[in-house]
Design a protein around this ligand. Structure first.
Ligand code: PLP
Length: 466
């Protein structure tokens, strides 16, 4: 006889033992990014509730949400306005098929996003998140070149340190070693360039010369592969998961110019940087002075209250496609949840909140946030604190002179995280780095507390390593 599986029900109704979420998760819930030795049996800490910039853990302790979930809870937790919209839109229309019909929230949101996007970027396609946004942009590039009669123009340029997602093609662009060590990708379609990390530039080289070197590498790569074969460059304006890597000034503008001269689409992956993280709805033009062909977004578009992403595309590309003589060709790409009415309604209200003062607050408080975090550089374990807007990274090094992270205890980030957790702060450790990207509503007092805890957490880690 087959063993029956029964889901746990509430103890009140069944008289069974109390539900233990961490136990059930270890048995049945597969977590993202597990390592082989623990896959399918991972112990991860429970998050209970969220409120403002705080979340509670399994023991009911309240912690500052240092990473805002995963760079996404921009307007903060427990926003009644967003909860009400979720409810009201689900009651009005919970779903419609985007294949045959459309809904009002998605049309309104597309119009508002188009108004914020730079240049002629005014056509919006909605997806379920960031990976599907990047995937959609890449498939759009393929379609665009196919209908223009340029089927050879498909190579994608990406960079070391990049993170663009977990679907097959978007993940093929990822440049952090651990993301690709054990996972396959579409390697014949992707060419990787150097990571534009000024902290890791060759010893003795100025940032200006480093920028020249990166731009020269880009130009040489275009020359070597041939512009006729390259469809797109995909880049985060600031590499987020790679360690908040702020590229040298003008680097992005110079890359964008090469792309324009060579008919290579510039895809600016703003999954993290859009919707307020840098104080603007989109940062490509307002912060970096570039006008990409496509911008991808997700995360902050709904502040994480609903899984939604998308891409906003230059009208010129649509004109070219329409003008091609391939009117029968179908952009055979769509998701069941494209243009989801609930997600789009939440995003509209989220945008109201951002425009109603949160963007302004983010712009005002960002220098204080960066300044206070920078003070952590007085600790010998800290090699550099860098960032922009409300995103920052504390990078630890084994030796400040050589900036060498390699001989560091690999668990250093985890150690800092554990100490900070005890002290009341959630950290996002990335091996030897701690990334900070709190909800944009964070106050000066909360920043002070965050930095004080980090200082103590890092000091305790230094004691551990002695
Ligand atoms: N692009 C960037 C820059 C990201 O940081 C991420 C996720 O962290 C993604 C794409 C993938 O987004 P998602 O996890 O929503 O699929």
């Amino acid at each position: 006889m087959a063993v029956s599986k029964r889901a746990s029900s509430s103890p009140a109704s069944s008289g069974e033992a109390a539900f233990e979420p961490t136990r059930a998760a270890r048995r049945h819930l597969v977590q993202p990014w597990p390592v082989a030795g623990e896959i399918g049996d991972e112990a991860r800490g429970l998050i209970g509730e969220g409120d403002g910039v705080h979340v509670s853990d399994g023991e009911g302790n309240w912690l500052i949400d240092g990473p805002a979930g995963m760079w996404c809870v921009n307007v903060g937790h427990r926003r009644r306005e967003l909860a009400e919209v979720l409810h009201d839109q689900a009651m009005a229309l919970s779903y419609n098929s985007p294949w045959y019909t459309m809904n009002e929230p998605s049309a309104r949101l597309a119009e508002r996003i188009a108004a914020h996007a730079p240049g002629d970027l005014d056509h919006v396609f909605f997806t379920t998140g960031g990976s599907t946004a990047v995937e959609s942009a890449l498939r759009f590039m393929q379609f665009y070149n196919n209908v223009r009669g340029r089927p050879e123009k498909k190579v994608i340029l990406s960079r070391g340190g990049a993170y663009h997602g977990s679907t097959f093609l978007s993940a093929s662009l990822n440049g952090r070693p651990r993301d690709r060590d054990w996972m396959d990708g579409v390697d014949d379609l992707v060419v990787k360039l150097s990571c534009p990390d000024p902290f890791r530039r060759p010893a003795g080289m100025s940032v200006e010369s480093f920028s020249d070197k990166l731009v020269a590498e880009f130009a040489e790569t275009v020359e070597r592969i041939a512009a006729e074969r390259i469809g797109a460059f995909v880049g985060e304006p600031i590499m987020a998961s790679g360690g908040v890597i702020v590229p040298p000034p003008d680097y992005l503008k110079r890359i964008a110019a090469i792309c324009r001269d060579n008919d290579i689409l510039f895809v600016s992956d703003e999954v993290v940087t859009a919707f307020g993280r840098l104080g603007e709805v989109f940062a490509s033009q307002s912060v970096f002075g570039i006008e990409p062909d496509i911008i991808t977004f997700a995360k902050g578009v709904t502040s994480g209250y609903f899984p939604l992403g998308g891409m906003v595309v230059s009208a010129r590309l649509f004109d070219e496609i329409r003008r091609s003589n391939r009117s029968e060709a179908m952009y055979a790409h769509g998701l069941t949840y494209s243009s989801h009415p609930v997600g789009c309604a939440v995003a509209l209200k989220n945008l109201d909140l951002l425009e109603g003062g949160i963007l302004e607050h983010a712009r005002e408080i960002a220098p204080y946030f960066q300044d206070r975090l920078k003070s952590l550089e007085e600790l010998p374990l800290v090699g550099e604190v860098r960032g922009a807007g409300l995103m920052a990274c504390v990078e630890c090094v084994a030796d400040r002179e050589s900036r060498n992270p390699l001989t560091l205890d690999k668990e250093v980030g985890k150690r800092i995280d554990a100490h900070c957790h005890e002290l009341g702060l959630l950290v996002r450790p990335l091996i030897h780095m701690c990334v900070m990207s709190p909800p944009l509503i964070i106050t000066r007092e909360q920043i002070d507390r965050m930095v004080a805890i980090l200082h103590e957490g890092i000091s305790r880690t230094m004691d551990d390593l002695r």
